[in-house]
Ligand binder design. Structure first.
Ligand code: PMP
Length: 409
């Protein structure tokens, strides 16, 4: 029998603990580098100008109502989401071998993929799914919730503060044939380290040779380099190579629609005479999963994104907004590295700050140093030394560099 006395206290989510500690801190010069959301140069949330425009268009629509969306989501949104990630000329899209569902942002898309694979991907039940070490912490919980155990492949080299490419490759080679391999499409969270195009090609070779199944998590398209094509390159390369794969796509960061939960899950089958039938069967199974979990996805965020994605002028403006965000972050990387080198000599040890890309940087600071910076300077970052570049601005970047410099000396 169920008794509520048997429910143990769960450990606190480390991110919530960090945020609460930051809020409690009354020192004015405190700096929040934990936050996983974009902030402008005044440390304030930024509503993209193009999102404001889309919102006005939406509000003026006399036919707007609050009916349910279809189970698969807003059709104009899901078709535009496909084109965005795979490219308008994608063979997979043209040949109609992509099944797409609108999801509860990227988290919901990762979950849908995990749930689908837990039901239909035939592997020994104890065969794990492979994550990079480290990875977004939520991956562990999302996949274990659907009964998939996990292992890690080496990814971040603490020595070079870049990619441990050999380690990654040999782990993928020795993983049991047919393993599911989770890959970050761009702007790896938490490290900010991405493979080069040549390295992606090698990764694809191993995955092909070992008959693994690639699962791309794409939470930062356009937000990383400021260029939507560049950031989708790895996914598009795998599709062009004929892989069967899936993609979890988030619109939280690139549209600043965090709380609106706009996302999409895509399953792509390989080319072939039977591809359309196969995708039809997969689509039908995904409908059951979607129906039983959320029935219908939320409308507002998808409507906003859809208005922008389907209007060439607004799309252009969105690209400019993306460049504003990614450009400010790249600028902060340069400023942080510059100030650290000014304080510490140009021995190249802060190069990784500008080599890494996207929202986050893995500084290489130890947990002890992280806690010391928090105590002494009121600069808040996660214990693994990850900083959110979006938390830096012209008003606090020098102060932050000085605080870091003090603990590494
Ligand atoms: N995957 C990765 C790697 C992420 O960093 C995030 C955002 N933190 C997500 C997925 C999902 O975010 P959301 O559910 O807000 O779209």
């Amino acid at each position: 029998v169920f008794t509520s006395d048997n429910v143990p206290q769960a450990p606190e989510d480390p991110m919530f603990g960090l945020m609460a500690a930051y809020r409690r801190d009354t020192v004015e010069k405190k700096v929040d580098l934990g936050i996983g959301a974009y902030r402008d140069d005044n440390a304030k949330p930024w509503v993209l100008p193009v999102v404001k425009q889309a919102d006005e268009i939406l509000r003026k629509d006399p036919n707007l109502n609050h009916e349910y969306l279809p189970i698969a989501g807003l059709a104009d949104f899901t078709s535009a989401a496909q084109k965005l990630i795979f490219g308008a000329d994608s063979p997979a899209v043209k040949e109609k071998r992509v099944a797409t569902y609108q999801t509860i942002s990227g988290t919901g898309a990762v979950h849908m993929g995990g749930l689908f694979l837990s039901k239909f991907y035939p592997r020994p039940s104890d065969q794990p799914i492979y994550f990079s070490s480290p990875t977004w912490v939520n991956h562990n919980q999302i996949f274990s919730n659907v009964g998939l155990s996990s292992k890690t492949y080496p990814y971040f080299s603490t020595k070079t503060k870049g990619l441990d490419f050999e380690g990654m490759q040999s782990a993928l080679e020795s993983a049991p044939e047919g393993s599911i391999i989770l890959l970050h499409a761009c702007a790896h969270n938490p490290t900010g380290v991405d493979p080069t195009r040549e390295q992606w090609k090698e990764i694809a070779k191993v995955i092909r040779a070992r008959k693994h199944f690639p699962f791309f998590d794409c939470a930062y398209q356009g937000f990383a380099s400021g260029n939507l094509e560049n950031d989708a390159w790895a996914v598009r390369y795998f599709v062009s190579e004929g892989f069967e794969l899936c993609v979890a796509q988030s619109f939280a960061k690139n549209f600043g629609l965090y709380g609106e939960r706009a996302g999409a899950f895509h399953f792509v089958t390989g080319p072939g005479p039977d591809a359309v039938n196969t995708i039809g069967r997969i689509f039908s199974q995904l409908a059951i999963l979607q129906r039983s979990e959320i029935s219908n996805p939320p409308a507002y965020g998808a409507r906003i994104a859809s208005i922008v994605l389907n209007d060439p002028a607004l799309f252009k403006e969105w690209e400019a907004n993306l460049r504003t965000m990614s450009g400010r972050i790249i600028d902060m990387r340069k400023k942080l590295r510059g100030k650290l080198e000014e304080l510490n000599g140009k021995d190249g040890s802060w190069r990784h700050i500008t080599d890494q890309i996207g929202m986050f940087s893995f500084t290489g600071l130890t947990e002890k140093q992280v806690l010391k910076i928090r105590g002494d300077a009121h600069v808040y970052m996660t214990k693994n030394g990850r900083i959110s570049m979006a938390g830096l601005n012209t008003g606090n970047v020098e102060y932050t560099a000085e605080a870091i410099d003090k603990v590494v000396r």
